[in-house]
Design a protein around this ligand. Sequence first.
Ligand code: CA
Length: 513
Amino acid sequence: MKTTGAAVLAAILAGGATVFVPRVHAAASCESLAALALPNATITSVQAVAAGGFTAPGGRGAPPAAAGLPAFCRVAATLKPSSDSDIKIEVWLPAAGWNGRFQGVGNGGWTGSINYGALSQALRSGYAAASTDTGHEGGSGQFALGHPEKLVDFGWRAVHEMTVHAKKVVNAFYGSAPQRSYWVGCSSGGKQGLKEAQKFPADYDGIVAGAPANYWTHLVTQSLWVAQATLKDPAATIPREKYAVIHQAALKQCDATDGVRDGVIEDPSRCEFDPKVLLCQAGDGPSCLTAPQVAAAQKIYATVRNPRTRQEIFPGLAIGSETGWAALGGGPRPLSIADDHFKFVVFKNPDWDFRTLDLDKDVELADRIDRDFGLNANDPNLKAFAGRGGKILMYHGWNDQLISPANSINYLKNVESALGGAGKAAGTIRLFMVPGMAHCAGGDGTASFDMVKALEQWVEDRRPPTRIVASRLENEKAVRTRPLCPFPQVARYSGTGSTDDAANFACEALALR
Ligand SMILES: [Ca+2]
């Protein structure tokens, strides 16, 4: 591959424009990147991958998203910003048709692996892209035991280091730096994106942060609060067969309040539902809840508070999320992501028992310890990022079964206060709630949408997203479309035409309840 710098120059001259014209071909050969010198980093392999030729390492095969990928240059490196660091990264560079942009992609849970699915998606759209395992292997939090530097890597350092090094690799390959850089992630990936905006505002021009796990210490507390509510006393355990019963009762109460009876609650915060309506008249039964089960359900919806100060720790799951309750409350063990944090980070004791979690002193301890590691990404001060013109597009499914959607609303409101009000903040950060969507994907709503495109239009064309059309796919066919609206707006049906067509809905701000 040879540079076509002359062709690029000719294109610019012919158009007389100052707009970016991406290079179609690389400036350097893929193989030559092996000799690239990066500080505190070793390039471990470079490989010119032919179209359709990608296979993931370790015999894991390629993820479905990687089928039929175009040709690319695959660079793997190990980064060591501390003596105990062992951060793996991969940078994927389209061999042709680079769109001039860089995309960092996020992970889930405790991370611990390169996200090949997300890399594939980015590559297919023409991006140079990078992913990191954040410095350890596997999805458990056990790596943190005795490895404080690895915990820092997981907390924030791996993503930042990856970003800095990946941009150098991009520059070396194409002979020009990326014109724009974007972060795309959900769950832990959403947290990683927000951390970048807070701590390294120059790393990205735009960030897609889905269902962010950004108030990590309090999120894991709420997860264990649900486990305590449902698993501590076997009588309080809600049998999984009853989730659908509770869900139907919630829908009966709240579905039609948005004007459309469609099995989806547009804004659960505008409806009240008390599972007490399901209390068994006598004994137990498949379509009712015993008194201890009612109490457990009430706790799942409840805002978790410090029992002494009554201060909010973390909001509860939303009305509508019931069919996903097994994730936090189905047992027999609590969610391991949450359990691991207290076992390996807070108490450094693999035998620690979640039943003993103290919502006052243990949460305070978790917060104090986190000051050294920075797993939390809830700093609302985005002034530096906003000052550079950076944009954040957040989204969160209302039926999220793992991370309360109200946490994203809380973070948005905190940023609005820090940036001088909702009006000013809307120039930097917008949140799109997704009715019916579960954690990052799936569920009963319209969970298929293109946040990256909406973000690019905002960053590059100065067109802020006011409405993002989402689809519900069945057998890869759209059976319903709906607009997603910038919070606090909701989609309102016009009253005529199909309720499966987004054209018959408008984003409106309703009076606060
Ligand atoms: Ca509805």
